[in-house]
Design a protein around this ligand. Structure first.
Ligand SMILES: [Zn+2]
Length: 361
């Protein structure tokens, strides 16, 4: 599946294209801006513009290099994102392991271009610097230059291990060979090592317009109506945030569904479910689940009153129940949600709620 189109950032695009035309694009660019506004997608677009063979407008989107970039398969495009620290002890093995891990992430991104930031422990390590250095030393495979994209660059941790690796990376950025273009991205330039930051020319990508997020979600995430509006309102001009909201919502819905199944069982399954509830640390998940449950009951109430043809979100609630019963259940969930704001232990709260709902439903 090719990458989804780049959204917004028209001023920045114009600036970059002009600079490319006039052959004065800085060799090392730092793209900064909020999470999820498409900084790495923008960097891929710049790579496409640089590697494009099209005679007229760049990037043309149809020449072979353009299609290779869009399929994340251009041999002169080197995309580095944070991955887990290699486990091997030998440096060469570490580099191999890292290259493999990056390859796997790129495969994933080919399948699903709407990815979330890499997990917390992932980073750019000494092996990353070595791999970068090796690839920078290669002759371009196809065109005149190689493009290096380093995503979430604030996770560069060159000081952690061998100082040679840190120095190698700095040297690479200090005296880049003329056929290398570097594009680093970060949410916060201040979190980069000053020695690295000082070598980069910043380009700011701001939040997207709500209309841009909306159009994108409508055509690429299959959303519409109230769902779509809600997602756009919570996204703050970030497509990544809008997608994450959907993931969080799906997680809360699954938890609510699971809870209802436990409630439909017996006292034992209810107690078991309550005990499984994490205590304080997971309070956000707990309240999200209660919200999802209250929403699902709201859907079921509307369906039971003939107000809404939409099938209730949770399977367990598709069985017909009297409106009064559902209202009673929703009331109990709302009360539990209120108590969850205070200092009540979630396990205890859930044990009581599960028994109440078992009685009502
Ligand atoms: Zn092209």
């Amino acid at each position: 599946m090719p990458l989804h189109p780049l959204v917004g950032h028209h001023t920045a695009r114009d600036r970059v294209l002009r600079a490319i035309q006039e052959d004065r694009l800085p060799q090392m660019i730092l793209l900064t801006g909020p999470q999820g506004v498409g900084k790495q997608r923008f960097a891929l677009w710049v790579a496409q513009a640089l590697l494009c063979d099209g005679a007229a407008e760049r990037p043309c989107g149809i020449c072979q290099p353009c299609r290779q970039v869009l399929g994340l398969g251009h041999p002169d495009l080197h995309w580095f994102m944070p991955v887990l620290r290699p486990k091997a002890s030998e440096p060469d093995k570490q580099v191999e392991e890292l290259a493999e891990a990056i390859g796997e992430v790129i495969d994933e991104r080919r399948k699903n271009a709407l990815y979330q930031p890499q997990e917390g422990l992932a980073g750019h390590f000494a092996a990353t610097a070595r791999l970068l250095q090796r690839r920078a030393a290669l002759t371009p495979a196809q065109g005149r230059r190689k493009v290096f994209l380093v995503g979430e660059a604030e996770r560069l941790v060159p000081q952690e291990s061998s100082p040679e690796a840190a120095n190698a990376l700095l040297k690479l950025l200090e005296e880049p060979s003329s056929d290398c273009q570097f594009l680093l991205t970060t949410v916060d330039a201040n979190r980069l090592l000053p020695t690295i930051r000082s070598r980069l020319v910043p380009l700011r990508l701001g939040r997207l317009a709500d209309a841009e997020v909306e159009t994108f979600l409508a055509s690429h995430a299959g959303l519409s109506g109230a769902d779509l509006r809600q997602r756009v309102a919570g996204a703050g001009g970030s497509i990544g945030r809008a997608v994450a909201l959907g993931d969080d919502q799906a997680k809360a819905n699954r938890a609510a569904e699971e809870l209802l199944k436990a409630i439909a069982g017996n006292a034992e399954t209810r107690a078991e479910r309550a005990l499984k509830q994490g205590s304080w640390a997971a309070r956000g998940d707990f309240t999200a689940m209660l919200d999802a449950l209250a929403d699902a009951l709201g859907d079921a109430i509307r369906a039971a009153s003939g107000l809404n043809a939409r099938r209730p979100l949770l399977q367990v609630l598709t069985r017909n129940r009297p409106v009064a019963t559902l209202l009673e259940a929703q009331q109990r969930v709302t009360e539990a949600r209120e108590s969850a704001r205070g200092n009540v232990n979630p396990q205890l709260l859930l044990a009581v709620l599960a028994d109440e709902l078992a009685e009502v439903l």
